[in-house]
Design a protein around this ligand. Structure first.
Ligand code: HEC
Length: 143
């Protein structure tokens, strides 16, 4: 029984250059894949921030009011006695805004708004409407 010693190293040597080493394959594919993923992530982030910028309303730095149709009328009529921020801090539906205007007219010497009133109400309704309600209605509890 004499084993040929030259056969064993030769057979073992065949496998190495063939590249079957399991550690070889993943390390070759890793670089381009992570590069691709980071490009995809970066472009997603860019697209998201572009969308966010579009959705973000522009504010007038002086009054704090959203710049949107009707802004000029609101600035002219609604920032004489108090800051526009007092307006911007509040939210109501159209009827709620009308009630606030009537209350100021009845008790705070707010003048009649005339033809500006519907424009102002349009603006307030569109930009300072009620906040969206919670994701679900409150639980109904009965005793
Ligand atoms: C003639 C003065 C005057 C003008 C003009 C005026 N307001 Fe007011 N407003 C007041 C006063 C006074 C208050 C009470 C302020 C306080 O409570 O400190 C008030 C309060 C408010 C409040 C807070 C109400 C609350 O319940 O806290 C809002 C909102 C508001 N005004 C919106 C408007 C809007 C919108 C306009 C334009 C249509 C306007 N105001 C124009 C005098 C005025």
């Amino acid at each position: 029984m004499t084993a040929n010693p030259s056969v064993i190293p030769a057979q073992a040597g065949i496998q190495q250059p063939s590249g079957r080493n399991p550690r070889g394959a993943p390390s070759r594919g890793k670089m381009p894949l992570s590069f691709l993923v980071s490009i995809m992530l970066a472009s997603t982030l860019l697209a998201t921030s572009a969308l966010a910028q579009q959705a973000e309303p522009k504010l007038d730095p002086a009054s704090g009011l959203v710049i949107a149709p009707g802004f000029e009328q609101v600035r002219a009529q609604c920032t004489a006695c108090h800051s526009g921020r007092l307006v911007a801090q509040n939210r109501a539906d159209r009827d709620g805004w009308l009630q606030m205007i009537r209350w100021m007219q009845d008790t705070q010497n707010l003048w009649p708004l005339g033809e500006a009133e519907p424009v102002i109400l349009d603006y307030l309704e569109a930009n300072y409407g009620p906040l969206p309600r919670g994701r679900r209605a409150p639980l109904e509890v009965s005793f």
